[in-house]
Design a protein around this ligand. Structure first.
Ligand SMILES: Nc1ncnc2c1ncn2[C@@H]1O[C@H](COP(=O)(O)OP(=O)(O)O)[C@@H](O)[C@H]1O
Ligand SMILES: [Mg+2]
Length: 349
């Protein structure tokens, strides 16, 4: 019936709502055993894409398949894919357990599965409470429990960190990582906030205005950011010389009298300074770049978005025909990103 792979393949997917191009020619693959973050600002087309994948919206063109099949041809879809979309409603007067039992019956799984999934999402002690009194975070967990009822091979979650407190986000991160990695399942998670999902995703698809801006391993995006170390030495020019003598060339002074060093670690810099007899009063790693790159990649969506300066180090886009805005912004010759990891490539043509 289907290929059983648990793979999600989105291929040249587009959706138009009247004059609005909500999704344009989107392509990506989500492999089993990994968590993919589907990122973009509000209105970027994330929910529309997920709804097409789940058979709730008909694509204008292109396809979205799970196990090689469109959702409508999955047979018993709840056994293949569990999903949580925006604004999932619960009957407010129903207890968590009864809510789950209604859904369990609908998809043909035994009642006891309701208690199993409540335990999985940490709501065991709230089983007899009415969903109407749940906090947003508890509702997110109950929605996830509902998605897990059919013990699906694939999980699709739309903005699951919304409403979760930091502890809830940590819990979700551990849960999804083990669901994907230890159990070999496929997880696709959307978010408009990179920093909320950064810790839990392996691969990332970044979209803006319905168009792919980046697609590839998160690690590659991270590596391409040329993080810097800001050093405060007693003698800046002596440190610059010592670093250059040791083959470290990405060195530049900062307006506040420090030395910015790219492509080197705190330890390497400290060792070189010590050997050269230069006192160092402080070192600071500059980590803001991933977030900044996310804004750079998506800022075209809003005119007047915060002006994050282009650093000239975006990764090479991994899709055909990058949008013009992107090409123009970086046409000054960005350094090549690391080679694309084989096996994470774009969709098979
Ligand atoms: N049913 C609809 N009818 C008309 N426009 C829609 C509909 N659903 C979404 N859109 C529009 O499509 C674009 C993408 O929306 P959406 O997929 O919800 O983005 P996201 O989930 O990334 O915030 C937005 O401009 C939105 O207004
Ligand atoms: Mg959305």
């Amino acid at each position: 019936m289907h290929d059983g792979s648990g793979r999600i393949v989105v291929q040249n997917l587009s959706k138009q709502f009247g004059a609005v191009n909500a999704v344009q020619n989107l392509s990506f693959t989500v492999e089993p055993g990994s968590v993919t973050g589907f990122l973009g600002p509000n209105g970027a087309g994330k929910t529309t894409t997920l709804r097409m994948l789940l058979g709730l919206v008909t694509p204008t063109s292109g396809s979205a398949t799970i196990n090689g099949r469109p959702h409508s041809q999955l047979g018993n879809p709840a056994r293949v894919v569990g999903s949580v979309l925006e604004n999932e409603g619960f009957h407010p007067g129903r207890t968590a357990r009864n809510h789950l039992r209604v859904y369990a019956a609908a998809i043909g799984v035994p009642d006891r599965r309701a208690d199993e999934v409540l335990g999985l999402v940490g709501l065991g002690s709230a089983a007899d409470r009415k969903a109407g009194g749940f906090s947003l975070g508890m509702r997110q967990r109950l929605a996830l429990a509902t998605a897990l009822l059919g013990d699906p091979q694939v999980l699709v979650l739309d903005e699951p960190t919304n409403g979760l407190d930091p502890e809830g986000i940590l819990w979700l991160r551990n849960f999804l990582r083990s669901y994907a990695r230890e159990q070999g399942r496929t997880v696709l998670v959307s978010s408009h906030l990179l920093n909320e999902v950064e810790q839990l995703i392996d691969q990332v698809v970044i979209i803006s205005q319905g168009v792919t801006r980046y697609y590839g391993p998160l690690e590659q995006l991270r590596k391409s950011q040329q993080s810097r170390v800001l050093v405060q030495p007693a003698d800046p020019s002596a440190l610059v010389k010592a670093l250059q003598d040791n083959g470290i060339t990405g060195v530049s002074p900062t307006p506040d009298g420090r030395v910015a060093v790219a492509g080197s670690t705190v330890q390497q810099i400290g060792d070189i300074a010590a050997k050269a007899g230069i006192a160092v009063y402080g070192m600071q790693e500059d980590h803001a770049d991933l977030e900044r790159m996310f804004f750079q990649l998506t800022q075209g969506q809003y005119t007047g978005a915060p002006g994050y300066p282009a650093q000239g180090y975006p990764p090479q886009p991994q899709y055909q025909g990058p949008p013009q805005q992107y090409q123009q912004q970086y046409q000054q010759g960005p350094p090549s990103g690391p080679q694309q990891h084989q096996g994470w490539g774009g969709p098979q043509q």
